[in-house]
Design a protein around this ligand. Structure first.
Ligand SMILES: *Cc1c(COP(=O)(O)O)cnc(C)c1O
Length: 352
């Protein structure tokens, strides 16, 4: 990403995978961090991140969140509502704030559907309100929705941010936050790579470069860690039900496969040791919850000789898995993460 988006400060979105080894590696690589809670703040500091490289990207904050951030030396915040600007002015005077615009997130696998972001009119007003309250009205930005498959989504966001900047004239924000959303390969169709997103971003920036050359920030989560992880599940049961073959695994919606909700993300699967003929399956998790079915509609095919005890691997599962696992629904433990190749094959730990 550093090569593809040169000159862009990369703030890793910690929620994608907050494992301490992942954060420590990214600190070594010079990353900054986008965080959302005191817990993520502590993880970043423990991993050795510098406070100057921490940006509080969650526009939904408690008073105690802002106090914890300020005490740790965090001075950069994203906002999208008047009451939050007022909170920052009270609790973090002088801090640098960026306003998050609501932009179209149509091509995203997991759209925000109106949860975040200000309109362009509201953004102009929020930046004015921040400045009047003694904050640094530092930036404007957006998030095109996670696993965004349309590179033009960034171009539309940049154009919207530029319209806001133009209306602010001499007070145009000095920073543009391109957010996250950069996609990773999954089943069910081609995914643009980060280069295609970067091309669209560069073209859009060039349209405004004669009058606006903001400092650039991006907040990749999935794109930095997704391909780094494989999730290993074990087949518990194979059964025929109403003419369909159901495969039950020991990892489901509640052990880290939250992004299978609505079949938003369809992982590429691998079945080590089973290479024969394949057939369609319904893929389900192990718990007693009716929602714990991973894929019922997606075209998932697994070897016909698959049986209890076999391994099914989910590829590209380094993002939004372990951090989503429940603490113990139905008595099943949260998903363990192994960051060293020599530890993940041991029989006692190999189940998931
Ligand atoms: C989750 C999140 C990101 C990362 O999104 P990805 O789709 O994983 O790249 C970036 N910014 C904010 C504010 C987020 O909430």
């Amino acid at each position: 990403m550093r090569t593809t988006l040169p000159g862009v400060e990369l703030c890793y979105a910690v929620k994608a995978n907050p494992h301490p080894d992942v954060l420590a590696l990214l600190v070594d690589e010079g990353a900054s961090f986008d965080l959302a809670s005191p817990g993520e703040l502590d993880l970043c500091l423990l991993a050795g991140a510098r406070p100057a490289g921490l940006s509080w990207g969650n526009p939904v904050k408690k008073v105690t969140d802002v106090r914890a951030a300020r005490a740790a030396g965090v001075t950069r915040f994203t906002t999208d509502a008047p009451a939050d600007v007022d909170l920052l002015a009270r609790e973090a005077p002088g801090a640098a704030v960026g306003v998050r615009l609501a932009v179209g997130d149509d091509g995203a696998a997991t759209p925000f559907a109106g949860k975040f972001g200000a309109t362009e009119d509201e953004a102009v007003a929020l930046l004015g309100r921040a400045r009047a309250a003694g904050l640094e009205a530092a930036g404007v930005g957006f998030h095109v929705g996670s696993q965004q498959r349309d590179p033009q989504a960034w171009a539309r966001g940049i154009d919207a941010a530029a319209r806001v900047a133009a209306r602010l004239g001499g007070h145009a924000p000095a920073e543009l936050n391109l957010g996250g959303g950069f996609p990773t390969p999954h089943a069910g169709g081609p995914t643009p790579d980060v280069t295609a997103c970067a091309t669209a971003i560069r073209a859009a920036l060039a349209r405004h470069a004669s009058w606006w050359r903001p400092r650039l920030v991006a907040e990749p989560g999935r794109a930095l860690v997704g391909e780094a992880g494989v999730l290993r599940a074990e087949v518990v049961l194979v059964a025929e039900r109403a003419g369909r073959r159901w495969v039950y695994l020991d990892v489901g919606r509640y052990q880290g496969l939250a992004e299978t909700e609505g079949e938003m993300i369809v992982y590429r699967l691998r079945t080590p040791g089973r290479g024969g003929e394949v057939g369609p399956v319904v893929l389900a998790g192990p718990t007693c919850d009716g929602d714990d079915v991973l894929y019922r509609h997606a075209d998932v095919r697994l070897p016909l000789d698959l049986a209890a005890g076999d391994v099914v691997e989910f590829l590209g599962a380094g993002a939004y898995t372990a951090s989503y696992a429940s603490v113990g629904f139905n008595g099943l433990p949260p998903l363990p993460t192994y960051t060293r190749p020599d530890t993940h094959e041991t029989p006692e730990e190999g189940g998931n």
